[in-house]
Design a protein around this ligand. Structure first.
Ligand code: CMC
Length: 430
């Protein structure tokens, strides 16, 4: 990183502040504003953090104008083509691709931590069968803190790493249990001879009374979707994990907070919302009506799976997912009218000046639901799948932050617009 200096002068008072202009490896130069409150007595105002770099990070880089996404410098397209989810998780956590031996060791560690404490299973009995799986995920993942808190030394890197491994290993077991609970089937134990994504499918779809064979196509598609969802720099859920983590909170509590942030339809919940939207639109002839609704400022309807805070050209993940959608539907022999409808909707939106002018393109969530649906994964589980994939990103950022000696508690300031100082009035005088 290189540093230059900028001077910010208040023309009214003549006071000034020397600001560092920081240049990272890639991406926009960043003005370090932390001296301004001391020098000038001002705060900076950036609601929704559109221009704020909240931390330094070595993990993921996005160039939103060029549609570039790099994990530790590797283009997402190359990882999607050549890697698998566990290798990508290792890369995100450790910064380098693993050697054969490192991969074997990592994979063994992840497999060995897949079981959950038996008493955790009883938590599910407290949930109604129709509880949303994301609500169960939030609760049950948070409750892991009850099992792994005593004896956890937050200053011991080895302890933090074990927590990260536990999270990557156990979340699929919990996710599958959420699904099994919702359909009234017995919880299925993990099988450590299977690979990461195969195991998820096994725990979701096998039953004790029949043999279940994992479809190689489903495992391959899941692997790819998981690689594409694994990290996305300082998005809302990752920033949440960092913010909660900056207080020194238990790692399972941090990830549970990340799951909560992911659930919203503006973030990971969009994949579920896309399928609901496509079902509501129903047929190609209704597209103009729904595009008009999306453009109407008085209508809360938005085109779900469209638009992105950072991507203003195309989302490279959406491009890869659209391609896989074709392959999955072709190989499963599914003639899904929703895929057809999604493609026509994309075509119509991209020809519409409202979407063109605002640089709104399909994002990662636009097509992922169509694939999940073709794999037999129910709509309510889509965001859970996203959470499983994103866990490796969350833990990588949490580990990075915990290892950074300059980390302080995250504590934004505000622009107060409320009542000025006033005196309390007794009730009879109001
Ligand atoms: N449909 C219609 N109009 C939209 C949409 C949309 N999906 N997205 C943005 N706009 C409009 C928005 O109303 C605004 O218009 P104007 O300039 O006239 O006020 C303009 O485009 C700029 O949008 P913005 O709201 O300032 O953008 P943002 O960066 O705050 O929000 C977003 C980004 C992803 C939350 C938003 O585009 C959105 O709600 N999209 C639909 C939900 C979605 O697909 N979310 C998944 C995001 S990708 C995966 C992930 O992050 O988890």
């Amino acid at each position: 990183m290189s540093t230059e200096t900028l001077t910010l002068t208040d023309n009214t008072t003549g006071n000034s502040s020397e600001l560092n202009l920081l240049r990272g490896t890639l991406g926009n130069p960043t003005i370090e504003v932390k001296g301004i409150p001391g020098d000038l007595g001002y705060f900076t105002h950036d609601p929704s953090f559109g221009t704020t770099a909240s931390c330094e990070s070595d993990i993921t880089f996005i160039d939103g104008d060029k549609g570039v996404l790099l994990y530790r410098g590797y283009p997402i397209e190359q990882l999607a083509e050549n890697s698998d989810y566990l290798e990508t998780a290792y890369l995100l956590i450790h910064g380098e691709l693993p050697t054969g031996q490192e991969y074997k060791e990592f994979s063994t560690i992840i497999r060995r931590h897949t079981m959950i404490n038996e008493s955790l299973k009883s938590f599910f009995n407290g949930f109604n069968y129709n509880a949303h799986p994301m609500s169960m995920m939030m609760g049950v993942v948070g409750s892991l803190a009850a099992f792994y808190h005593e004896g956890l030394n937050m200053n011991d890197r080895e302890h933090l790493m074990i927590s990260a491994h536990r999270l990557i290993s156990k979340l699929p077991t919990i996710a599958a249990a959420c699904y099994k609970h919702s359909i009234g089937e017995p919880i299925v134990y993990p099988r450590n001879d299977l690979d990461y994504c195969e195991n998820i499918l096994h725990m979701m779809f096998s039953v004790p009374c029949e043999e279940y064979k994992v479809s190689p196509l489903a495992a391959k598609a899941l692997n790819l979707l998981f690689i594409l969802h694994a990290d996305h720099e300082q998005n809302a859920s990752t920033s949440t994990v960092r913010l909660v983590g900056s207080t020194g909170a238990n790692p399972f509590a941090c990830i549970s907070a990340g799951i909560a942030a992911l659930w919203g339809p503006a973030h990971g919940g969009a994949n579920e919302a896309v399928l609901e939207m496509l079902a509501e639109i129903g047929s190609v002839d209704k597209i103009p009506k729904y595009l008009a609704k999306a453009k109407d400022k008085d209508d809360p309807f938005k085109l779900m799976g469209f638009g992105h805070r950072v991507y203003k050209n195309f989302d490279p993940r959406a491009t890869l997912i659209r391609k896989v959608c074709y392959e999955v539907l072709e190989e499963t022999g599914t003639d899904d009218p929703m895929f057809e409808l999604a493609m026509k909707l994309e075509e119509a939106a991209l020809a519409d000046s409202y979407f063109v002018e605002r640089k709104l393109y399909p994002n990662v969530d636009f097509y992922s639901g169509v694939i999940y649906k073709a794999l037999g994964i129910p709509t309510s589980m889509f965001t859970v799948m996203f959470a499983l994939a994103r866990t490796s990103g969350w833990v990588s950022h949490w580990l990075e932050m915990m290892g950074d000696t300059s980390t302080r508690i995250g504590r934004p300031r505000q622009l107060y617009t409320g009542a000025p100082l006033r005196d309390y009035l007794s009730m009879e005088k109001r």
